[in-house]
Design a protein around this ligand. Structure first.
Ligand SMILES: [Zn+2]
Length: 249
């Protein structure tokens, strides 16, 4: 085990051999015995399956054992229990102004928000090529401190949108794409598409539309997950992969 400076607590410690950037459970389908998840990086209108992503992407010697196994794994366990159904949540389907969404209540604001931010933060510190577009710059330190100190800030700070297309069975959900940075009206968002869900995290405050504040996780422990219609999902897919899923329809 190597010694070095932990990227999260900044202390000189023994560092972990393996730190997974995107937790395995996000792309491991529990209904199947084997992993069927593929990395899609194509810029042409074709799936370019890069092979199975069996062990996930991990970095060596970035985090100490305490940060990895106590701080970050606590948020990951909570994220897993929310997304895979291991925790009791209030859930109801709603439709407002033509948008269908799943409204979740009783979700732990601190744990789930820091779970999402921890994936973003780990992607930023990762040296893996897959995460090359994720670079938080000065926000890396700010978000790292929020994670380390268990302080999620206000809901208006780094809000995120979650879309799901799991309601469209004909769109493949068994894939993970390269996380992308996008510049939207001169501000930055980061996008992850994994396991049938799209996560967009807003960094620059001046570009955040009001509906993002209404949809993101809030201090009253509510979160909305938007059911994507095919057209909206196609837009996200195209931006992330170059793939036009509606081309043949
Ligand atoms: Zn540490």
């Amino acid at each position: 085990m190597a010694e070095g400076i932990c990227k999260l607590c900044n202390e000189e410690k023994k560092l972990c051999e393996k730190s997974h950037i995107i937790p395995n459970f996000l792309y491991k389908d529990l209904k199947k015995e084997e992993d069927h998840f593929f990395l899609v990086q194509s810029k042409n209108n074709q799936y370019e399956k890069k092979g199975k992503l069996q062990t996930g992407e991990f970095d060596k010697h970035i985090l100490c054992e305490k940060c990895e196994n106590e701080v970050l794994s606590r948020y990951e366990k909570y994220g897993a229990s929310v997304l895979k159904g291991g925790v009791e949540l209030k859930m109801g389907n709603k439709r407002v102004n033509g948008v269908s969404f799943l409204e979740i209540g009783d979700i732990d604001y601190t744990s789930f928000k820091l779970f999402i931010l921890s994936i973003l933060w780990k992607s930023s510190i990762s040296k893996r090529k897959l995460f090359e577009e994720i670079n938080l710059g000065p926000y890396e330190k700010i978000i790292g401190e929020m994670i380390l100190n268990g302080k999620p800030g206000k809901s208006s700070k780094f809000p995120f949108l979650i879309f799901t297309y799991l309601n469209h069975k004909d769109i493949p959900a068994d894939l993970i794409t390269q996380p992308r940075r996008s510049n939207f009206k001169g501000g930055t968002t980061y996008n992850f598409l994994v396991g049938g869900m799209s996560y967009t995290i807003f960094i620059s405050k001046h570009i955040i539309p009001d509906f993002v504040y209404e949809t993101t996780i809030k201090e009253d422990n509510t979160l909305k997950i938007i059911y994507s219609d095919k057209r909206a999902m196609n837009t996200i897919f195209k931006a992330m992969t170059g793939l036009d899923i509606l081309r043949n329809e």
